[in-house]
Design a protein around this ligand. Structure first.
Ligand SMILES: [Zn+2]
Length: 246
């Protein structure tokens, strides 16, 4: 399950939520490393649900699957991005992969400097996507605080987090999107089980031959000691065998 990532590689929040033009909303403004135009990365794998070009090129991205929120919520997520100068490469229904550059900062709308206005919401795209709030600003339906929706990792440099406590993705958890498996913790000392290699033919009918505890050829072997209760990813090649010791 994906963990939604903060969409800029440099965090420099220039306006927080519930202040100024963000009154009565959980919107933030992300301005990137400097005053130039920075790229915006997709926080999760999603689908473009709406593009509103009449104002600030607002784009709504809805997660394709449920995602894991830093506060423990498991649900779909929808995020509104605004102020890109052009969105000609985007269309409703376009699929965007997590961490793909799909949007950029800009000044479209009434932005005074290059930034991206970001609003996170719990659940799928709802209604028209937004509503006019009590302060008179359009804000996303079902809005939720950004630090309760977005994770950070070591790739993201923090210049100004506006004192919001963004949670870091624990490094010991295998990134589901990584193409490389996590190395086994005791790789150098792993020995191949002395069992014969698995063949393409069906397994022998005799159940005795399939039980490691009674087989003289297959020894139970400690391959990994679990440091703490958690979920782990493991990469196995065809034919490799794995025995667990409690
Ligand atoms: Zn804003």
């Amino acid at each position: 399950m994906e963990k939604p990532l903060y969409p800029s590689k440099v965090m420099r929040i220039t306006q927080g939520y519930n202040e100024g033009s963000h009154l009565n909303s959980f919107a933030i403004d992300e301005a990137g490393a400097d005053t130039s135009i920075s790229s915006i990365y997709a926080p999760f794998t999603g689908i473009i649900k709406k593009i509103y070009k009449n104002d600030a090129n607002e784009v709504w991205l809805e997660s394709i699957d449920k995602v894991e929120y830093p506060d423990g919520t498991i649900d779909y997520m929808t995020i509104l991005f605004a102020h890109a100068n052009e969105v000609n490469n985007l269309f409703v229904g376009k699929k965007i992969k997590q961490n793909e550059i799909f949007y950029s900062e800009g000044t479209k709308g009434d932005a005074s400097g290059n930034h991206c206005h970001i609003e996170c919401a719990r659940g799928k795209f709802a209604g028209s996507g937004w509503y006019k709030n009590e302060a008179g600003y359009w804000s996303i339906n079902n809005g939720k605080k950004p630090e309760e929706c977005l994770w950070i990792n070591d790739e993201i440099k923090i210049l100004n987090n506006y004192n919001y406590n963004f949670k870091k993705i624990p490094t010991e958890i295998l990134d589901e999107n990584s193409s490389k498996p996590a190395p086994p913790q005791q790789e150098p000392t792993v020995q191949q089980p002395e069992a014969p290699p698995l063949k393409e033919e069906p397994l022998p009918k005799d159940p005795q031959q399939n039980l490691p505890s009674t087989s003289t050829e297959t020894k139970e072997q400690l391959i990994f000691t679990c440091p703490k209760t958690d979920l782990y990813g493991i990469y196995l090649k065809k034919g490799e065998q794995l025995f667990l010791k409690k």
